[in-house]
Design a protein around this ligand. Structure first.
Ligand code: NAI
Ligand code: MG
Length: 496
């Protein structure tokens, strides 16, 4: 297939042939069935992708099981760490190829793919490379059935086993890294199911994984649709754990499907995060921060600060600041280095977001800026600021996952904390104030997994991340992620 886009040679190579699965160290493209992945800037087909079946999932699970019991288990923790570190180096060296593939597949600006997605991938593998040698157990003094010294008891951490990682299309490479790096650090083997909208960087990652010396079968990649490959993984008796990032609705499917063998499940789901600006905040910083919090990545971020609450005294200034920021965002083709925002990912996402804008208007919201499609090719939507919004409106209550912010006014702290917490979600939140005590007090009261003070969307592999309420189960990153990727074994030995 010839592509008309300008991408580095190795990236063009990925696009030059149908994309196959990676199973047991081999690229498999025996599929009868392919599906296209397209460039959301223009709808152009980028590549054909093998559409996985239940049989492909069976083969991948068998390969992962064999690797789990074989070469991966025999590798020392230090050697496993070295492989992860090498993976980080190889990805970093191919930043341009990865960034371009990510940009054309998702629509996000290549500049941001290079500055955000790639470092947040490389840093994760590097951080997690240090963990295999540090997953220690403990010795435990026991009392109930013993007199001191009768028994020696200790714990150890073991891999959960075969992990199914099902991920979304908004940060395809980064999410793959967020699943793979801790899973591999803990000694698990993995079957990765990329989102069907965005398979390209996973294809290149598969090549890099082989180059890095990851033994065959340790990482398998099966492409395809959620209803087939995703559902087969979630229900598979040979899969010990599912780690999922995506919609709350699919999260519920996965929980139900996983009940058969009661596999472990962790979920990173949707959000409707509150971003709260108090009168005493640095207003310029808060307005820019609030705009960035929602418009970054076309608003296609689970942590998007999509509900903005502004205290009455600064309401007009903040709304004006956010609207001005929105107006200045350069929306354009993902490969244009000047673009700050691209199209949303697919025709389906485009219809969803446009539908929300229509419902907002019908339910009485005022469009302070934006509200329309840009051009007539691709899925470009203006960054949009909606005022006169209130609970009960769909744009306020539901996750839009597009470049849309709703603004509400408030007077006092208790009122805004109540309003912020009145959501079925609880992924993240923001507080903008110069009052340190208030910052901590509000952070304390928000029912959300992460609270950013005078900042937003600060991520680090050392910081636990995950949702309260319907935003998810479990935590990723930091030491906390190993609760999800290890089993703790207790061993008790009589001493006499
Ligand atoms: P989705 O939840 O359908 O897709 C995420 C992943 O789940 C994909 O790999 C998909 O193939 C897979 N999947 C779909 N159905 C499945 C099933 N029955 N069993 C197992 N796996 C399955 O997300 P979608 O439809 O692309 O987006 C819909 C909405 O979800 C968005 O508008 C947004 O509100 C939310 N979303 C949230 C994300 C987050 O980061 N929390 C990421 C993507 C979407
Ligand atoms: Mg695509």
């Amino acid at each position: 297939m010839t592509v008309s886009i300008d991408v580095p040679a190795a990236a063009a190579d990925v696009l030059s042939k149908p994309i196959g699965h990676l199973i047991g160290g081999r690229t498999i493209d025996a599929a009868d069935d392919h599906f296209p992945t397209t460039n959301p800037c223009n709808g152009e087909v980028l590549a054909q992708v093998a559409s996985g079946t239940e049989a492909d999932v069976d083969r991948a699970v068998a390969a992962a099981r064999a690797a789990l019991d074989g070469p991966w288990a025999r590798m020392t923790p230090s050697a496993r760490g070295k492989v992860l570190w090498r993976l980080a180096d190889l990805i970093e060296a191919r930043t341009e190829e990865f960034a371009h593939l990510e940009a054309v597949d998702t629509g996000k600006p290549v500049t941001y793919a290079r500055l955000v997605d790639l470092p947040l991938t490389v840093d994760w593998f590097r951080y997690m490379a240090g963990w295999p040698t540090k997953l220690v157990g403990s010795t435990v003094p026991i009392s109930a059935v013993a007199t001191p010294g009768d028994y020696f008891a200790y714990t150890k951490r073991e891999p959960v086993g075969v992990v199914g990682a099902i991920i979304a299309w908004n940060f395809p490479l980064m999410l793959a890294a967020w699943k793979l790096s801790p899973a591999l650090a803990a000694g698990n083997t993995v079957i990765l199911k990329p989102a069907e909208q965005t398979p390209l960087t996973a294809a290149l990652l598969g090549e890099v994984i082989r180059e890095a010396g990851v033994p065959d079968g340790v990482v398998n990649i099966v492409h395809g649709y959620g209803e087939t490959v995703g559902a087969a993984l979630a229900a598979h008796p040979g899969v010990d754990k599912i780690s999922f990032t995506g919609s709350t609705e699919v999260g519920r499917h996965i929980v139900r499907a996983s009940a058969g063998n009661l596999k472990k499940v962790t979920l990173e789901l949707g959000g409707k995060s509150a971003n709260i600006v108090f009168d005493d905040a640095d207003i310029e910083a808060a307005a820019a921060g609030a705009a960035n919090a929602v418009f970054f990545n076309q608003g296609e971020a689970c942590t998007a600060g999509s509900r903005l609450f502004v205290q009455s005294g600064v309401y007009d200034r903040v709304v004006e600041g956010v609207a001005r920021f929105a107006e200045q965002i350069k929306v354009g083709d993902s490969l244009d280095p000047a673009s700050q925002m691209g199209p949303v990912v697919s025709d389906q996402q485009f219809s969803t977001v446009m539908g929300y804008l229509e419902s907002g208007r019908q339910q009485g919201a005022t469009v302070a800026y934006g509200g329309s499609r840009i051009g007539d090719a691709g899925y470009f939507i203006q960054p949009t600021v909606l005022t006169d919004t209130a609970p009960g409106m769909r744009v306020v209550d539901e996750e839009i996952f597009g470049p849309v912010i709703t603004v509400q006014r408030f007077d006092d702290v208790d009122e805004v904390v109540r309003a912020a917490n009145a959501s079925c979600y609880g992924l993240a939140g923001g507080v903008w104030t110069s009052n340190v005590a208030r910052a901590h007090a509000v952070a304390d009261q928000l029912r959300a997994g992460t609270v950013w003070v005078n900042s937003y969307n600060v991520f680090d592999p050392a910081l636990p991340f995950g949702g309260y309420k319907q935003s998810g189960w479990g935590r990723e990153h930091g030491a906390a992620v190993f609760d999800a990727y290890t089993e703790t074994k207790t061993v008790v030995v009589p001493t006499a």
